[in-house]
Design a protein around this ligand. Structure first.
Ligand code: ADP
Length: 401
């Protein structure tokens, strides 16, 4: 079976067509600037690439063009749309309404729209627009929704609750949900395979370090805690997000800067993190270059990021009562040896023996292969594992069917 994976944003729509027999990506691409002048689709398939520069007024037209591209000339990978067995859609937030991958029905769609949109106002409505467009264009094809939050549904109450009035948690659903679940799930399972033990026998800390970063404790194959919270603002500081901050400091800052509640949250999401600390950039490549040129605030931002990540590794080892493996993944985790080295420095007491040489080899995208960056006699394995969120979405969709 072939599964189409769709990740729709407010003005973008990324896709991959995956053959589930081989788990090979047959075609991939993305529409940009949907609803904005200058829209286009960049599509790859059959070893070729084609750019369609054409008006994409809405997601329906965009998905129609994607389907056309899948069977178009030199980039064609299918003959007809009927070859697509199902579509898996990425959705950021589920609230407590969905705790697993879900087949789309009118009722599911209603709950999604009425209950979850306010939990992720930037992401869920956009993804739902993509979903509705697909349903219109492919009315006979089953659609599944794969939530970023599902893998975290196994967290115990003591981990996901905030110290607020319990009745308010019940009434409003304010609790930790966690995000990047498909990535944490994928890399923890890959780590178990690599180590050659069942996931049920392993205690793993997965560090998804990208533009948005989150760290998870995966005990026996199940997530028991994670750093992101009610929204993806919590945890370590990120590209432009503050990470954890005392709520009273937010009120104080808002008052001093004359910001509304919404503006204060926007500030914490867009103007803070390593970009705010460095005053230079949210991109770690720029921070590394800045540090090399003697920019102290770039160095400070990098230092804070590694320090905060390290603290969660320690906290989660304590929460699990042990540690067998640390995994680094995503843009920074896969590509930035100095961050990995700084996070692991001083963790010898946990049984980590870091291999600096292995860590510095093969810089840049590791191209699909897992790399071991701890010494052979290290009690804790430290691994770099390229994430593959699309494959998880395709697998979950196929399993559901
Ligand atoms: P997103 O959360 O947007 O998917 P990514 O996982 O792609 O983000 O991560 C983006 C981050 O990864 C950026 O800070 C970028 O600097 C960093 N990054 C990507 N490639 C490299 C590289 N080759 N070297 C260093 N950092 C990199």
């Amino acid at each position: 079976m072939k599964i189409l994976v769709v990740n729709a944003g407010s003005s973008s729509l990324k896709y991959q067509l995956i053959d589930m027999e081989t788990e090979k990506v047959l075609a991939k691409g993305g529409c940009e600037r949907i609803g904005i002048p200058g829209s286009l689709l960049k599509a790859k398939g059959n070893g070729n690439e084609k750019v369609y520069e054409q008006d994409l007024p809405n997601h329906k037209v965009a998905i129609e063009l994607v389907l056309h591209a899948l069977s178009d000339g030199e980039i064609a990978v299918i003959k007809s749309m009927n070859e697509i067995g199902a579509v898996g859609h990425r959705m950021v937030a589920s609230g407590e309404y969905f705790n697993k991958t879900t087949l789309v029905t009118p009722e599911v769609l209603k709950t999604l729209e009425e209950k979850t949109f306010e939990l992720a106002p930037l992401h869920n409505p956009a993804a739902a627009t993509g979903l509705r467009a697909c349903m219109e264009v492919m009315p006979k094809t089953p659609m599944a929704i794969v939530f970023d939050t599902s893998f975290h549904a196994t967290m115990p109450e003591k981990a996901y609750l905030y110290g607020i009035d319990y009745e308010d948690y019940k009434k409003y659903g304010v609790r930790k949900y966690g995000f990047h679940g498909t990535s944490h799930k994928f890399v923890s399972a890959e780590a178990a395979k690599y180590i050659g033990k069942p996931a049920s026998a392993l205690k793993i800390v997965t560090c998804h370090l990208g533009n948005g970063s989150s760290i998870s404790a995966v005990d026996g194959g199940k997530c028991i805690d994670t750093t992101m919270g009610f929204t993806p603002l919590a945890g370590v500081l990120m590209g432009t997000r503050s990470g954890d901050i005392d709520a009273s400091a937010v009120e104080f800052l808002a008052r001093k800067k004359g910001l509304s509640h919404a503006d204060a949250i926007n500030y914490l999401n867009k103007k803070c993190g390593v970009a705010g600390i460095s005053g230079v950039s949210s991109d770690f490549r720029d921070l590394l270059a800045g540090e090399e040129q003697g920019n102290e605030r770039c160095a400070l931002a990098l230092d804070m990021f590694a320090y905060q990540t390290k603290k969660f590794v320690g906290a989660y080892a304590a929460a699990m009562g042990g540690l067998d493996c640390i995994v680094f993944t995503a843009g920074i985790g896969e590509n930035t040896p100095t961050v990995r080295a700084d996070v692991c420095e001083g963790l010898e007491f946990l049984g980590v023996k870091f291999d600096n040489k292995a860590n510095n080899e093969n810089e840049g995208r590791s191209g699909g292969s897992i790399r071991e960056i701890s010494t052979k006699d290290s009690k804790v394995k430290v691994l770099v594992i390229p994430t593959n969120e699309e494959l998880v979405i395709a697998r979950e969709t196929a399993e559901l069917l």
